[in-house]
Ligand binder design. Structure first.
Ligand SMILES: *[C@@H]1O[C@H](CO)[C@@H](O)[C@H](O)[C@H]1NC(C)=O
Ligand SMILES: *[C@@H]1O[C@H](CO)[C@@H](O)[C@H](O)[C@H]1NC(C)=O
Ligand SMILES: *[C@@H]1O[C@H](CO)[C@@H](O)[C@H](O)[C@H]1NC(C)=O
Ligand SMILES: *[C@@H]1O[C@H](CO)[C@@H](O)[C@H](O)[C@H]1NC(C)=O
Ligand SMILES: *[C@@H]1O[C@H](CO)[C@@H](O)[C@H](O)[C@H]1NC(C)=O
Ligand SMILES: *[C@@H]1O[C@H](CO)[C@@H](O)[C@H](O)[C@H]1NC(C)=O
Ligand SMILES: *[C@@H]1O[C@H](CO)[C@@H](O)[C@H](O)[C@H]1NC(C)=O
Length: 662
């Protein structure tokens, strides 16, 4: 009889705990009734597709009802367990990007304040890390974002109110045979994988486990940590997924999802899940010439006309494509696609004419993504391979303060570069076009910090140093939220392959070119900082670094600010269009920092790292007096200008250009 009593006990025990055994179970999502937001859809196969990769997108899907997460007796969060199967399908050959997907427990499903794809659709710049968020997430992240201290570009992390993960580990799993053996997994592989997130309330232990579909649940979790989720998860909370991707990057799919409160979520079996449609091929179809039989003179004529037409189109849309380009893994667009997107590069689509070529606005024919296409004249023979490799590597750069390069197309004499379209155009229009509402101080200060952060990334945070070579207000573009983004980086490399080794080519814009650059012809981080200094003064003063005065003599902005600083009237330099409505300490900081960055001696200029610290007020700006004691700097600066004037190719004072010296 003893066993029977045990059974009754067990039943009683189950009954008392069972009242909070809420569960969610989806093998495919057809008719699941999830609340979808952003780019999330349920496909005809019943798969939850969180993002499709046409443009920067955020997609979310939540179980529509909130669940009770806390015991009314103890007030503590219940134990729970969830498992889901996901597939990340890369949309470019090299399989990079796409930010990632997170499983989320949140007090709300209202994420309308979440902006910027790097926050996975959960936070914005100002509330990231705020303990009032009450958001728990497990991220599957495929971008290494320095901002969040990410360990690599393929990791799993536990996120508590912040995308700076509490714990993280490279994607993979520990072997069951020998649990010290770690097997890597590539998240962005197009293969289905399963994730388990389990929380034991009594031990406050949180386990996250990942494995490919063909591997059974590993016994050793990838991440195991002690977190008191009772401090985080609210009484009732929503469960779901949030995901984000950049343009032409990754599609994020969820095939199945089980969640169980106070119990164990059932593991999936691939055979019972819906399967993804076959993957699109990235290779472009070849133009096929159809041979038309000659039956009658009429059809012969038609055929001839057709051949002429096809040949004409072939020439019109001809491109240059070498085998090695396929290995670079950068997105190549067809000329035809770009031709259509920009309505045949029509004048109505022209956005501007820059130092390197004409820029057109376009809408990609199938994806409807807004793009800016830059046509750059380029001799296809000279240094092409290195240059295209450079372009490809620039395409892998990702930072919220850089204009994203989406891809390129190469023709015999030109290169077409495709960028994200920036709806607010370039900063110099806001500064100098009088029909534009002037930017207020807070906007200017914000943009300055953005540009500093973009340049810092290029100089120090990416795997290799990139010198911008042409930092200036007209190369700073403003997105829809008026965030500053640096454009045109690395382009000046185009002119680096001088045929005559005795000539030094200097690319840049007068007024932003560091004095030593004119002498040596070698662009460095310091010469970028010089240009950044000129840019700071430009934004604060609302004046160009070099202006033609009535006397015919150019006025150098740095010299003018320096003179004012010596007289103790530095604040008198601030743009009069601000009508004295600015933060005095910030304006003073920007002006002094501008002077310091534009110092004539490269060694005196701060690095971008230091510059950012000064702006964040994490470090004290050195006293200017100490740096500017020697010689008459004003005169020296003025002399540099007469240098520009004697340059053979000096024709306009605002455009970037190529100086050929010595
Ligand atoms: C997405 O969420 C926002 C805020 O909660 C809401 O206003 C909007 O209607 C939602 N969109 C869709 C498509 O459900
Ligand atoms: C960020 O989100 C918080 C709270 O969700 C909101 O109060 C704030 O206005 C948002 N900030 C921005 C810059 O959107
Ligand atoms: C992780 O979260 C716990 C609280 O759950 C906190 O005490 C700890 O400092 C966090 N660690 C990091 C690195 O954020
Ligand atoms: C796994 O990934 C790590 C980090 O990316 C790398 O160092 C290691 O060599 C990889 N191991 C295998 C077996 O691929
Ligand atoms: C977490 O994993 C450890 C094994 O490393 C296991 O002992 C523990 O029971 C697991 N906890 C949960 C909540 O699954
Ligand atoms: C966990 O957090 C809850 C809520 O803040 C608190 O009541 C409880 O004592 C904490 N548990 C432990 C073991 O610290
Ligand atoms: C998956 O499900 C099928 C059908 O229910 C079953 O025959 C098969 O054994 C299962 N496979 C695994 C690995 O559990």
């Amino acid at each position: 009889m003893v066993p029977r009593i045990n059974l009754v006990w067990l039943l009683l025990l189950l009954l008392t705990t069972n009242c909070e055994e809420e569960g969610v179970s989806f093998n495919g999502f057809r008719g699941a009734g999830l609340s979808l937001n952003g780019s999330a859809v349920i496909t005809s196969e019943g798969i939850l597709r969180l993002t499709n990769p046409v443009s920067h997108q955020i997609g979310r899907a939540f179980y529509p009802r909130p669940l009770h997460f806390r015991s009314s007796k103890t007030g503590n969060v219940f134990s729970f367990s969830t498992t889901f199967v996901f597939v990340f399908v890369p949309e470019n050959i090299n399989g990079i990007g796409g930010h990632g997907t997170a499983f989320v427990i949140s007090s709300t499903t209202d994420f309308h304040t979440a902006t910027g794809t790097q926050f996975l659709g959960l936070f914005n710049k100002s509330n990231n890390g705020n303990s009032a968020n009450r958001i728990f997430a497990v991220e599957l992240d495929t971008i290494q974002n320095m901002e969040f201290g990410d360990i690599d570009d393929n990791h799993v992390g536990i996120d508590i109110n912040s995308l700076r993960s509490n714990r993280s580990y490279s994607a993979g799993y520990f072997s069951d045979v020998d649990t010290s053996v770690f097997n890597n997994i590539t998240l962005n592989s197009g293969e289905p994988m399963q994730v388990w997130v389990e929380y034991d309330s009594s031990k406050m232990q949180l386990n996250v486990t990942l494995s490919p579909m063909e591997v059974a649940k590993p016994s050793r979790p990838l991440l195991s940590s002690i977190n008191n989720l009772s401090e985080l998860v609210t009484e009732t909370a929503y469960i779901g997924f949030s995901s984000s991707t950049g343009s032409f990057e990754t599609s994020h799919y969820i095939l199945g999802w089980n969640f169980q409160m106070n119990g164990i979520a059932q593991t999936f079996n691939l055979t019972t899940l819906p399967s993804l449609p076959p993957r699109r091929s990235n290779r472009k179809p070849k133009v096929v010439l159809i041979w038309v039989p000659i039956i009658a003179p009429i059809s012969a004529l038609l055929a001839a006309a057709a051949v002429v037409f096809v040949q004409y189109r072939r020439i019109k849309f001809a491109e240059v494509l070498d085998d090695w380009e396929l290995e670079l893994g950068s997105r190549r667009f067809s000329y035809k696609e770009l031709y259509k997107a920009t309505r045949g590069f029509g004048e109505t689509q022209l956005l501007g004419v820059g130092g390197f070529g004409r820029v057109y606005r376009g809408i990609m024919p199938t994806s409807k993504v807004d793009v800016a296409v830059k046509r750059v004249a380029h001799d296809s023979k000279r240094g092409t391979r290195e240059f295209i490799a450079e372009i490809a590597s620039i395409g892998h750069l990702r930072h919220r303060n850089l204009v994203q390069l989406l891809g390129y197309c190469r023709r015999k004499r030109e290169l077409l570069l495709v960028y994200d379209f920036m709806p607010n155009g370039s900063l110099d229009r806001f500064l100098f076009d009088h029909y534009h509402q002037p930017l207020n101080w807070a906007q200017r200060f914000h943009i300055i910090k953005d540009v500093a952060s973009g340049l810092l990334y290029l100089h120090e945070e990416w795997e290799k140093t990139i010198i911008h070579r042409d930092v200036k207000a007209s190369n700073v573009l403003l997105d829809s939220e008026l965030n500053g983004r640096l454009g045109d980086f690395g382009l000046s490399r185009l002119y680096d392959h001088g045929e005559d080794p005795r000539t030094t080519n200097v690319v840049g814009t007068p007024g932003y070119i560091a004095p030593e650059l004119l002498r040596t012809g070698k662009a460095t981080k310091e010469s970028d900082v010089f240009a950044f200094g000129a840019f700071l003064l430009e934004v604060a003063c609302g004046k160009r670094p070099l202006q033609a005065a009535e006397s015919g003599e150019d006025v150098v902005l740095v010299a003018w600010v320096l003179r004012n600083w010596r007289r103790g009237t530095i604040l008198g330099c601030v743009d009069p269009r601000l009508s004295c409505d600015f933060v005095v300490e910030e304006a003073e900081l920007v002006l002094k920092l501008g002077l310091l960055c534009s110092h004539h001696l490269p060694a005196t200029r701060p690095s971008m790292k230091q510059t950012t610290l000064f702006m964040e007020r994490a470090a004290q700006l050195p006293e200017l007096a100490a740096c500017y004691l020697d010689g008459d700097v004003v005169e020296l600066l003025q002399k540099e200008v007469s240098h520009y004037r004697s340059m053979p190719s000096h024709s306009s004072s605002t455009d970037s250009m190529l100086f050929v010296g010595r």
